[in-house]
Design a binder for this molecule. Structure first.
Ligand code: SF4
Length: 492
């Protein structure tokens, strides 16, 4: 059965010759680096839960290609039920890890390429779709983690790819060979990039005639020649290398361990090229990806917020404020905001529809609404957590203060609130709240799956304003009510 165990996931990563730089240094094996370990542990949970009988239906599914049981993270959505189960899986994983578990970008990229290759073939009589299905079969059989590499560095934002002083600001084809293409450029913000097996490169949007070399979608092994990872620095990364109560959540990462991926003239064989030069299909590819991914946030952030609400509720007990009516009301507000986005994501999934290729897409305006609400609700949930946790969050003692006998007794004495709780527990819970409400986490909620303005623009297009005007006109001026009912006269 193609379901890796967590150990097999780590071992399979170890077997790769990944070229990665962390803190400016070339790393021998990323799996052994302490900065990456929390992110690998987080992904390992996605593999582990797929083996738990209780979660079989949530975490696994039958492949529409082979009929075999596969991980839901390698599946093509076959129904609205699949879309709903995906959101439920994300909430479960969010509750289990309290952070980003990274595999969703690859999942949505797989689905986007599956759908668009079908449409390109229908339009141009090409053979991308069957080629992609071959590749997908490999991903499903091996239960691989795929990173979706989407965002180009973009250089000067007022200039299109072909107008850039440096043409490598967008990933492009620099050479065509009989057996494949050579690509150059970089992708940024790649969630889980450094601990993935495969990279799915997606093009950007807005490409015009003459920019065909920038229209490239392809798959690259993480350890292909010319691929280089540069690990990003997050707000508490070095704390993960420490010990004691300062770490907060010891086992899992803060957001997704994002990395920049360099493609330094990487050869991609033809069987791994899924779009090459079809500029007219790039926008739909990105649109499909973004629409699926935006609904996700109601699931994963829902699970993350469950943990944050739990940590905040615990903090109120540590402080002794949990019976206060105002405190309870603020917890209710956190719950209300969290359940609002989760139920929107479920709704977006339940209202899904079938695409030409046979797979299922979420309701676009609901999906964009989920993500736009996340950019507000996660901040508000974090704000309320800060409110209830108090100024202690900003002034907590460090774990070493508990070890120095000259001051440890004062640190304990003056930070004790409810004596049922040890001060170190107060710090540990506080550090978790600090981690999950700090800049890195918030910015991820703001800009992941596209910045809020991207959702607003999409929603304006999807809201069908002209239809709404017709609805308003019908209600205000309409005369088609039930015959025989007495109606007030309209005089002007
Ligand atoms: Fe998945 Fe959420 Fe992380 Fe995106 S932010 S990869 S949806 S867990």
């Amino acid at each position: 059965m193609p379901l890796k165990t967590p150990i097999e996931y780590v071992d399979s990563l170890r077997a790769l010759r990944i070229r990665a730089y962390i803190n400016g240094e070339l790393v021998e094996k990323v799996v052994d680096h302490p900065s990456v370990a929390p992110h690998i542990n987080t992904v390992a949970k996605t593999y582990e839960l797929a083996h738990v009988p209780e979660y079989e239906d949530t975490m696994t599914v039958l492949s529409h290609l082979t009929g075999e049981r596969i991980h839901r993270y390698t599946h093509i959505f076959q129904s609205t039920d699949d879309l709903v189960k995906k959101i439920q899986m994300l909430r479960l994983l969010g509750q289990t890890t309290g952070t980003c578990f990274q595999r969703c970008v690859g999942l949505d990229a797989i689905n986007a390429i599956y759908a668009v290759t079908y449409e390109i073939d229908e339009a141009n009589a090409t053979a991308y779709h069957e080629r992609f299905k071959e590749y997908l079969g490999y991903i499903q059989r091996e239960d691989l983690m795929v990173v979706g590499a989407m965002t180009d560095p973009k250089g000067h934002r007022a200039q299109k790819p072909s107008q850039q002083a440096d043409p490598d600001q967008f990933v492009r084809v620099v050479e065509r060979r009989p057996d494949g293409v050579v690509i150059r450029g970089a992708k940024v913000h790649n969630t889980g990039g450094i601990n993935s097996h495969e990279i799915l490169v997606l093009p950007g949007t807005g490409l015009v005639e003459g920019e065909e070399d920038y229209a490239i979608a392809c798959a690259v092994p993480a350890d292909a020649d010319g691929v280089v990872f540069i690990f990003g620095r997050q707000s508490n990364d070095s704390r993960k290398l420490e010990d004691g109560c300062d770490i907060g959540n010891t086992r899992f990462g803060v957001v997704g361990g994002e990395a920049m991926i360099i493609f330094d003239d990487v050869f991609v064989p033809t069987e791994r090229v899924f779009l090459d030069g079809e500029i007219g299909h790039c926008a739909q590819l990105v649109n499909y990806f973004a629409t699926w991914h935006r609904a996700n946030y109601g699931g994963c952030k829902g699970g993350n917020a469950d943990v944050l609400i739990g940590a905040t509720a615990k903090m109120t007990r540590i402080l002794g404020t949990e019976r206060n009516a105002i405190v309870k009301d603020k917890l209710i507000e956190m719950i209300h905001r969290n359940e609002t986005t989760y139920s929107s994501a479920i709704g977006a999934s339940a209202l899904g529809f079938q695409l030409p290729c046979g797979s299922f897409m979420v309701d676009p305006i609901s999906s964009n609404t989920v993500k736009l609400n996340i950019t507000r609700n996660i901040y508000e949930i974090g704000r309320l957590s800060h409110d209830l946790s108090g100024g202690f969050l900003a002034t907590m003692p460090d774990s070493k203060s508990f070890e120095n006998p000259e001051i440890a007794h004062w640190v304990k004495k003056y930070h004790t609130a409810n004596p049922d709780y040890d001060v170190k527990e107060r710090v540990r819970v506080g550090r978790y709240i600090e981690n999950m409400t700090s800049v890195t986490t918030m910015v991820e909620a703001m800009h992941g799956a596209g910045s809020p303005q991207a959702q607003r623009i999409a929603m304006l297009g999807q809201a069908k304003i002209e239809d709404k005007i017709k609805l308003a006109d019908a209600v205000i001026y309409g005369t088609d009510d039930v015959p025989g009912l007495p109606l007030p006269q309209v005089n002007d």
